[in-house]
Design a protein around this ligand. Structure first.
Ligand code: ZN
Length: 188
C-alpha cells in the first residue's frame, strides 16, 4: 500500500476526460487500495483516479452521514443522474466544497440535491446508490473529475478570478505539480 501524490490543477490529466476501465485486474486492485489510503491520509471524502495521474473512470468515496451511516466504496465506470438544480446563490456555510487538487481552499457551489450513481465494484458487480445532500455533492464532484472538470471550473466569474489569482500565487496551473499527504511541502 502507498500514499500517492495528488495532482494539482493545471496538470493535463485533471482537465481531460478519462477512459473506461476495460477490466479489473491486479493493477486496478492495487490502484484502488492505494487510492483509499491516499484519500484517508489527505484526508478527503472522495478521490478520482485522474487526481493520482491515472486517466481512468473510477473513483473512491468515504463519508459518514448525519445518521452515522458510513458510505465507503469504489465506483468503476460510473453513470450519474442528478435532480434539477434549484436556482439561487449557494450558501457559504452549507454549500462550500473543496478539492484535493485545489488544496486548502473552499468555495460555495450550488449542486443538485439528489444524485443516483450506478457503477460496478471491484468484483465487477453492479450497484446503485441514491444520494441526497452532501453524499449527492460528493458523487457529483467525483464524477466531474472523470470528465476533466474541477469544481472550481463551475464557479461564477467573480470566484473564477479569485481562483486564478490563488493558482498563480501558488505556482499552480501548470503540468507536474502535486502534493503528497503526510509530506510537508508541495512538489513540482
Ligand atoms: Zn476534487
Amino acid at each position: 500500500m502507498a500514499v500517492l501524490p495528488i495532482r494539482i490543477t493545471g496538470d493535463p490529466v485533471l482537465h481531460a476526460p478519462a477512459s473506461p476501465v476495460d477490466r479489473i485486474d491486479d493493477e486496478i486492485r492495487t490502484l484502488v487500495r492505494d487510492m483509499f489510503e491516499t484519500m484517508d491520509a489527505a484526508p478527503g471524502v472522495g478521490l478520482a483516479a485522474p487526481q493520482v495521474g491515472v486517466p481512468l473512470r473510477l473513483f473512491t468515496y468515504g463519508w459518514t452521514d448525519e445518521g452515522e451511516r458510513e458510505w465507503r466504496g469504489v465506483a468503476v465506470n460510473p453513470e450519474l443522474w442528478i435532480s434539477p438544480l434549484v436556482p439561487g446563490m449557494p450558501d457559504e456555510d452549507d454549500e462550500s466544497e473543496g478539492c484535493l487538487s485545489f488544496p486548502g481552499e473552499r468555495f460555495a457551489l450550488r449542486r443538485a440535491e439528489r444524485a443516483i450513481l450506478r457503477a460496478t465494484d471491484l468484483e465487477g458487480e453492479p450497484y446503485e446508490i441514491v444520494g441526497d445532500g452532501w453524499l449527492a455533492r460528493i458523487l457529483q464532484h467525483e464524477y466531474d473529475h472523470l470528465d476533466g472538470v474541477l469544481y472550481v471550473d463551475r464557479l461564477d466569474d467573480h470566484d473564477q478570478r479569485i481562483v486564478q489569482k490563488i493558482a498563480k500565487k501558488r505556482g499552480w496551473g501548470r503540468p507536474g505539480v502535486s502534493w503528497t499527504p503526510g509530506e510537508e511541502h508541495l512538489e513540482g
